[in-house]
Design a protein around this ligand. Structure first.
Ligand code: AMP
Length: 378
């Protein structure tokens, strides 16, 4: 039995999955929350030990059947990492060094790696970066039009995120359609709590909606997505908001929550249906932005074969899928209402039979993608 343990350590949580690789089946999974809070698990090392204890108690034992690799989700790989990477001391220094670009994520990811190394010093630890799939963006796509020297000094460019998901879903799309990945032009819409769009040409990311940080692009649960940067200057000068206020505003008080008081798409759709005007506006802005990116990426790709919805909202919300693509028939894009609304969970087509552009729902699986990538380097 050959297994990979996948670890996703956030600032206060540790999520894990043990995957058996010959069948790609999940043997065990779990979530440890509230790390570092009073009366709870002390730190990531303690959380990792508590995970090991659970395995010893409930099986399968990790000490008797050690995984061939431990795969770690790492959010920011900057310009340095463009594929799965076996962790060395130098790799850890680089992840640490990138923390100023992802202050909430990289330090937590590193703590997960350190905790795993302590318990399993002989098992290869592999870092899989959220940014890696977008390393193929062209300079035209990743460069912000600001002073070039300043941008260089502070490593300011677009990096993109959700890469593990975009890669998994674009490959699954080729598989589902029985087409070769090389010739497929796909727009992946990863719509979860965070949300991003990605234009994938022949398996290669050519553009994505998140940028230097995961704030840019689509409207999200609590993040603004695209905004005129001068709004922030205006709020600083006139509204006396300082930089922490602006950070809080863009990351935690904007998006669906800022517009409607509700950060969960289920609540927004429900309230809009009940006639709540703020919720309706939040939904309209969300859909308008999505459609904007579908149009932009259709142009960048020079035509599109498949548009694919994934993650919490994309997999579950028929009104969002229908609304995002409404009125695009002249671009060959349409959604069949019965297929879209069918109570189905798996990979599925929701465009009418014979439609020029395939519209699909493909559940993402970032853990499996991380595990697969681990096997390519150990
Ligand atoms: P994720 O980040 O992929 O786990 O997605 C989480 C988000 O999916 C939640 O914040 C919900 O807003 C959204 N979600 C889950 N189920 C539904 C649903 N049935 N309709 C609309 N949104 C949903």
């Amino acid at each position: 039995m050959s297994t990979v343990l996948v670890v996703n350590s956030g600032s206060s949580s540790l999520k894990y999955q043990l995957i058996e690789m010959s069948t790609e089946s999940v043997l065990a999974s779990g979530l440890i929350e509230r790390i570092g809070q009073p009366g709870e698990v002390r730190d990531h090392a303690a959380a990792f030990q508590s995970m090991i204890d659970t395995f010893e108690e409930k099986g399968p034992s990790l000490t008797e059947n050690p995984p061939v690799a431990i795969g770690h989700r790492v959010v920011h790989g900057g310009k340095r990492f463009f594929g799965p990477t076996v962790v060395t001391d130098l790799v850890k220094i680089n992840i640490e060094d990138l923390s100023d670009l992802a202050p909430l994520h990289n330090p937590a990811n590193l703590q997960g790696i350190n905790a795993a190394q302590k318990v399993f010093p002989d098992i290869p630890q592999v870092a899989v970066f959220d940014t890696a799939f977008h390393a193929t963006l062209s300079p035209a796509a990743y460069t912000y039009a600001i002073d070039a020297e300043l941008a260089d000094k502070y490593r300011i460019r677009r990096y993109g995120f959700h890469g593990t998901s975009h890669k998994f879903v674009s490959e699954a799309t080729a598989e589902f359609l029985g087409r070769s990945l090389d010739s497929l032009k796909t727009i992946v819409l990863h719509l979860g709590n965070g949300a991003s769009a990605c234009a994938v040409d022949g398996g290669v990311s050519i553009d994505t909606s998140m940028g230097l940080t995961p704030v840019e692009g689509l409207v999200m649960g609590t993040r603004s997505g695209d905004i005129d940067p001068a709004v922030l200057i205006h709020l600083h000068r006139k509204g006396k908001l300082d930089f922490d206020d602006l950070d809080e505003l863009l990351n935690r008080k904007s998006g669906l929550l800022g517009l409607s008081g509700r950060g969960d798409m289920r609540d927004v759709v429900g309230a809009a249906g009940d006639g709540d005007e703020a919720a309706q506006l939040a939904l309209d802005v969300y859909l308008h932005r999505l459609k904007h990116y579908v149009g932009a990426y259709s142009a960048e790709l020079g035509g599109v074969d498949a548009i694919v919805f994934t993650a919490g909202v994309g997999e579950n919300s028929a009104p969002v899928r229908a609304g995002a693509l409404a009125g695009l028939e002249r671009l060959g894009i349409s959604v069949d209402p019965a297929l879209n609304e069918a109570d189905d969970r798996g990979r599925r087509r929701i465009s009418p039979e014979g439609s020029p552009v395939e519209v699909l729902v493909i559940p993402t699986n970032e853990e499996l993608e991380i595990a697969r990538q681990c096997l390519t380097v150990v």
